[in-house]
Design a protein around this ligand. Structure first.
Ligand SMILES: *Cc1c(COP(=O)(O)O)cnc(C)c1O
Length: 401
């Protein structure tokens, strides 16, 4: 008699390849498991100097010099967890490309945009960006555990690291309170989850006391770069002051690890829907294949791909930007070819405070009052009748009884 169990194969490991930096980091930093599971330990031990990095990563003299030079202008910070995902001996590793300074950051001096998204102009009070009619961005800190090389707010990296103090937070909250048009507030940064749970609870409590605020969202990359942060205290306050939404920022399938999966599971358990905002990055995730894989990994974890952003025009990031067409081609390669739930909206956030503008592949070949000629995902052409409302009928006269 055959048993069924013999036929069940082990599912393929979800872990990044075994040849990662993980063992090396453990050898050097010697954390206990308890420390490794503690986000504050990672924060304290983040790699932010060339000397610290050289302890776990072989660097040539030339690389050291370049790192010193670039980080003099654009500093770096990489959590032990995130660095542990880097594959050994792969100079094109997508984790490294997002976190390790590159000499290219000093090129392209022609890009002079200081505040390409005009966030300062759209701020009625310090720290609050009110650009769209019914929603606002609340910037509560400029600290991040990991400094993404493609950061939109790279210009602010030399501003000294701060967490907004109560008087300024109160001014933002007062603005939200007296502006009933705002029904959706996004708590952002920096990374807002660098603020501890007590601080976040105070903010959530204040925001929840504003009756017209229907939605509160967090914009945070912690589930990706330091998933240990999603602890019991955090999910408890999300549950208590919910409904809360959370948007995170996975850029590559190698980031979707068991640890990140656990963080997402805990959030979902606390009733927090998790959506993903990816930035399209040259050499990192600029192919249909990588984006499909990322979407599938996210969907397996019940994370919904929300936006695919064209990388903003920011000084020090030009080498990571692709032509706009790359994004449109990626969407074209996804739509219809995979679950619709896995297809993000591709958007360009235009300089000058215009906000996010969605860009789509063109499926409309011609369009008249009577008919549209449409193309489907596979290139087949269809005629679709365009209904016109019939002429208004004479209403029957109702005679009162
Ligand atoms: C992106 C953004 C929002 C939120 O936009 P959604 O399309 O609702 O996700 C709100 N305010 C600002 C300033 C933004 O940049």
């Amino acid at each position: 008699m055959t048993t069924i169990t013999a036929e069940i194969e082990e599912p393929p490991s979800e872990r990044p390849p075994a040849s990662t930096f993980r063992e090396r980091i453990w050898e050097v930093l010697k954390p206990t498991q308890e420390q490794w599971d503690d986000w504050k330990w990672h924060f304290r031990n983040r790699f932010n100097t060339v000397d610290k990095l050289a302890r776990v990563m072989p660097l040539t003299e030339m690389q050291r010099k370049q790192l010193q030079l670039v980080s003099g202008k654009y500093p770096f910070s990489i959590t032990p967890y995130y660095l542990s995902l880097v594959r050994k001996d792969d100079p094109t590793d997508p984790i490294l490309a997002q976190s390790l300074p590159s000499f290219d950051e000093l090129l392209h001096a022609e890009i002079t945009q200081e505040d390409p998204l005009h966030e300062k102009d759209d701020s009625p009070v310090v720290g609050l960006v009110h650009r769209y009619p019914d929603r606002a961005l609340f910037v509560i800190t400029d600290i991040c555990p990991l400094l993404c090389r493609h950061c939109t707010r790279k210009r602010e990296w030399d501003g000294g690291w701060w967490i907004r103090q109560k008087p300024q937070l109160e001014a933002g909250i007062a603005y939200l309170r007296r502006t009933p048009a705002i029904r959706d507030v996004i708590i952002s940064g920096g990374d807002p989850l660098t603020v501890d749970n007590d601080g976040l609870e105070w903010i959530l409590q204040q925001l929840r006391s504003i009756p017209h605020l229907e939605m509160i969202r967090f914009g945070t990359r912690f589930p990706v770069v330091l998933p240990q942060r999603i602890d019991e205290g955090f999910t408890r306050i999300c549950d208590k002051y919910g409904p809360i939404w959370l948007n995170t920022h996975f850029n590559h399938p190698n980031e979707v690890t068991p640890e990140a999966g656990r963080a997402v599971r805990e959030l979902l358990r606390a009733g927090v829907p998790v959506n993903n905002q990816t930035v399209l990055l040259r050499g990192i995730n600029d192919t249909v294949e990588t984006q499909l894989k990322l979407s599938h990994e996210l969907l397996k974890n019940r994370v919904r791909p929300y936006y695919l952003f064209h990388a903003d025009e920011v000084r020090g990031t030009e080498h990571l930007r692709t032509p706009v067409e790359t994004g449109i081609k990626i969407i074209e390669g996804m739509r219809g070819h995979t679950s619709g739930l896995g297809v993000p909206t591709f958007v360009v956030d235009v300089p000058g405070g215009g906000g996010k503008i969605p860009l789509q592949p063109n499926y409309v070949l011609s369009w008249t009052e009577d008919e549209m000629m449409l193309r489907n995902y596979a290139g087949r052409i269809f005629h679709y009748r365009n209904p016109r409302p019939a002429k208004a009928k004479q209403l029957p006269v109702v005679v009162a009884a």
